[in-house]
Design a protein around this ligand. Structure first.
Ligand code: SF4
Length: 431
């Protein structure tokens, strides 16, 4: 049964939908070319409250912010504050990863308050409720998984992470490979425990058709999760990770035949020299489906600064073709992030996405920097602040020490290099 016209189906017919028109406008792209990419699966369109967001080839690199409660820290107003700070600093989407408190109510509140598309990981709720109702995650039944997915879709979630590629074959690969960092995906861990203890195939893999039926009913985008992503660079690009990716490639094609839009999630921890290869592998194996990278974190020795390790990885990944960056906060590996850490994480990911876009050749990205370069040389501080990603920090640092000469800054003062050269070359040297 199909209730709505699917975005991919419309594009396949060569029709320019309202969503394609809006995304093309926003991204400064040709609508016909964009529709072709949607039809081919290279670009997906997320919908939220009448707004559209394009992710994929030729579009600006997007940023996701994870928010949500934990069993230890459960305060819905704090999560809404995180949502608002993430929106303020330009997040493109949020994912509600709540695993504590009234999960249904928290998700509904986040959807209600969010101005950007909301994603979830329904297996979290299905597993946690199974543990509460039946005493163990391993007692979760298939109806619980698919029922939870449908509930999220019905309430207006735009995309969900589903670890469909984590099958028994991949677990076998994991056993043979003896991973040092084991598994750091929460959803992946829940499914592995369920599959091993029940000696059954992953329902999200075995009953992929059932998942597609739900996705078609709500034009829900499937973010095919990387349950076997390495948890440290010690295991980067190992056979378990690749085994899962190979399955995701097959499932992508099948989803596309059913007009379901797909994103592929990528590894969290990989050294800098393996980023390009990982992007290439995803694009080849998954037929150019949009690549959603978690970080990637390029070194494991900087807890407290993983927004930086991931921004380095994110910038390179985006430059090499990744389409969607999941932010990482300074709290990663240490605690649930607070407001300040969410802000720092979003800003770091936005910088990474922008840097990647300059490398990718996104016209507007470069233009913004060129504008900044000109006005910075002219020392037009107010105008500079308008372009700055973090305007408050700009203001705060500009005022850090008393300004004797407002035309320069306190770094070089009267020896301002720009002013000296301006005097000898003349202002005309600055276009
Ligand atoms: S004082 Fe130095 S740092 Fe400041 S604007 Fe001039 S050249 Fe740049």
């Amino acid at each position: 049964m199909k209730d709505i016209l699917l975005e991919k189906e419309i594009a396949k017919k060569g029709i320019i939908s309202e969503a394609v028109k809006k995304v093309a406008e926003e991204e400064d792209l040709n609508p016909e070319e964009l529709a072709k990419k949607v039809a081919e699966g290279k670009v997906i369109i997320l919908k939220h409250k009448g707004r559209y967001l394009g992710i994929g080839e030729g579009t600006k690199t997007k940023v996701n912010t994870n928010i949500g409660t934990s069993p230890e820290v459960c305060d819905i107003s704090l999560e809404i504050e995180k949502l608002k700070i993430a929106e303020k600093y330009g997040t493109d989407t949020v994912m509600d990863l709540s695993i504590g408190g009234d999960i249904d109510n928290i998700r509904k509140k986040i959807i209600e308050k969010s101005n950007v598309p909301v994603g979830t990981v329904p297996i979290y709720q299905a597993a946690i409720e199974s543990a509460q109702e039946k005493g163990a995650i391993t007692k979760m039944d298939e109806d619980k998984i698919f029922g939870t997915i449908e509930k999220h879709a019905k309430e207006g979630v735009s995309f969900i992470t589903v670890h469909c590629g984590l099958n028994l074959k991949a677990i076998e690969r994991l056993r043979k490979n003896t991973r040092k960092s084991l598994v750091v995906s929460r959803g992946g861990a829940f499914l592995i425990s369920w599959m091993i203890s029940n000696q059954k195939e992953n329902p999200l893999y075995k009953n992929f058709d059932r998942l597609l039926e739900i996705a078609k009913k709500y034009d829900l985008v499937l973010s095919l999760g990387d349950g076997l992503r390495p948890g440290g660079i010690i295991d980067s690009t190992d056979s378990a990770q690749i085994e899962e990716l190979l399955t995701l490639g097959e499932l992508t094609k099948y989803a596309w035949e059913n007009n379901v839009q797909v994103i592929i999630e990528g590894p969290g921890h990989i050294p800098i020299n393996e980023i390009e290869a990982n992007v290439l592998l995803e694009k080849k194996i998954c037929h150019s489906a949009p690549f959603y990278v978690l970080g990637p974190i390029v070194s494991d020795i900087a807890p407290g600064y993983d927004h930086i390790t991931s921004a380095i990885g994110g910038a390179i990944a985006a430059w090499k073709g990744a389409d969607f960056l999941c932010y990482v906060t300074p709290s990663e590996h240490l605690s649930l992030p607070g407001i300040e850490e969410v802000k720092e994480g979003v800003i770091a990911a936005k910088i990474a996405a922008h840097v990647g876009d300059i490398g990718k050749g996104i016209k507007k990205a470069k233009e913004l920097d060129f504008t900044m370069d000109i006005i910075r040389t002219k020392r037009k501080w107010e105008e500079e602040m308008k372009i700055a990603i973090d305007k408050e920090k700009f203001k705060e640092l500009r005022k850090k020490f008393p300004l004797k000469n407002k035309d320069v800054c306190t770094m070089c003062g009267k020896y301002c290099a720009i002013k000296i050269v301006e005097k000898y070359l003349g202002t005309k040297a600055i276009c």
